[in-house]
Design a binder for this molecule. Sequence first.
Ligand SMILES: [Zn+2]
Length: 479
Amino acid sequence: MISRLLVAAALCVSVAAFAAEPFDLVIANGRVMDPESGLDAVRNVGIRNGRIAAVANVPLEGHELIDARGLIVSPGFINLHWHGREPRSDYYEAMDGVTSTFELEIGVADVDRWYDERAGRMPINYGVAIGHAPVRMAVMGDPGDFLPAGDAARKAASDAELAEIERRVEHGLRRGAVGVGFGLAYTPAASRWEILQMFRLAASYGASAFVHIRGASSAGSSDREEGLLEVIALSAVSGAPVHVAHINSSGQKSTGRMLAIIEEARGRGVDVTTECYPYTAGATRIESFLFDSWTDKPAEEYEKLQWAATGERLTPESFLSYSKQGGLVLIHANTEDVIRTAVGSPLTLIASDGFDVHPRNGHPRSAGTYSRVLGRYVREQGVLTLMTALRKMTLMPAQRLEARVPQMRRKGRISIGADADIVVFDADRIIDRATYEEPAEYSDGMRDVLVGGRFVVRDGQVVHGATPGEPIRAVIREQ
Ligand SMILES: [Zn+2]
C-alpha cells in the first residue's frame, strides 16, 4: 500500500512538472504493459526529446496525440539475433515490432566499419559483436562470404595466427563491440584453448559470449548436449556470461533436456541464457560445414531439406548439385512440441535469427518471429501470457546487454526516462504473414512503431525513408 501511494505521488509530481509545456507526442488511452514494473493498465504516455517523460492516468497535452484505445502499448522489441545487411530489411523487422536489432551470433571482423556503414541510414537501432568466426576468416584467408568455407572451418590456428585472432578480437572490444560472437558449429577446427582465450578476452571487457554451439550439426546424429556443456564450462572457467543462440534448432529433440541443463547451471551461478524462434524449420547455407558429414544419409533426411529459391524438397542427387552451387537451404527438422517447449520456457528470450528479406528466397522468421509468438502462441494456443511474451521480447534482451552497454538500461521499459522505443499493436489481430514459400510478407497488427519517439510504422504502414535508428555500442576505449 505504501509503495502504491508513493507511485501515485510520484506520478502527480511528474505530471505537474510537465504540465506547463505540451509533450512532443502523447500516446493516449492505450493499455500500457511494462514487464519491469508489472504495469498493465490504461495510461497516457507523454514523449519529449525522444524519451518517455510521463506515464499518467490523467489526460496529457501534446503537440501531437495518437489514440491507442483498445491497443497494447509496449516497449519496442529487442532482437539479439539478426544477420541482415540491407537497411531495407529492417522495415520488415519494424513491422514485426522490432526497434533495436543486433548481429551478435556471428558478428563482424571490423566493428568501426560496420557502424560507419550504417550511420544515418537505419530505421531501427543497431549493434554488433566482434566475431570470432569472421576474424578467424580474415586471419586465415578464408574465401567464405559470411560463414567460413575454407581454412577458417577446417584448419587449426598456428601460434602466430592465434595471437593475431586475439589481437583483432580485443581491438573490436576496445572499439565498443556489444559482445563477442562465436559460430562454433562453423569453425570446428578451432581448439578448445583458442575458444577459451576468446572467452577470457570477453570476460576481461565485461562482455558476453554469443554462441552457435558446436556439435549440434544438421546431420541430426551428433550429441546435442555436448556443445552446450562445452560453453557452460567455458563460461564457468573464464567468467564470461554466455548466451546460447536458437536453442530450438541447436537442441531439436534435446531442447527440453538442454533447457534443464541451463536452469541447473544458472542455479549454480553460471550466467547462461538462451533464445528461440517460433518455427519448426531452420535455415543455413548448404555449402557450410554443417553438411560436410552428409554422405550416407537415408533419403528421408534429404526430404527434410527445402531449397529456398524454388521451394523444392531435396533428394541425394539434387543435394549434391546444389551443394556445388551454394545457397540457402531450409531444414524441416523440428516438431511443434519442441517449439511450444522452447517458446513457453521461462528461460528463453525471443530472437529471430533473421537475415535480408527477399521474395521467394528466405525464411519467414526474418519478418514474422514476434507477431507469430504473439498471435499463434499467446492468443491462439495460450502457451504463455501476453506479459510473459513481452518480457521475453523487451526486458530480458535489454538486461542481457546492459552490464556492458549502459544504453540498454533505458530500453525494454515503459518508464519515465526510458527511450521512446514503443510499439502500439492490436493483440486480437497480430499475426505473422510470411511463409517458407513467401518470406517477404509484412506481419499484420502493428499499428505504430516509434524509435526514439519517431514513427517508423504509422497506421499500419511503413514510413519509408524514416531513419531514426541509432548505434548501440559499448563504451569505446582508445584505439
Ligand atoms: Zn546460428
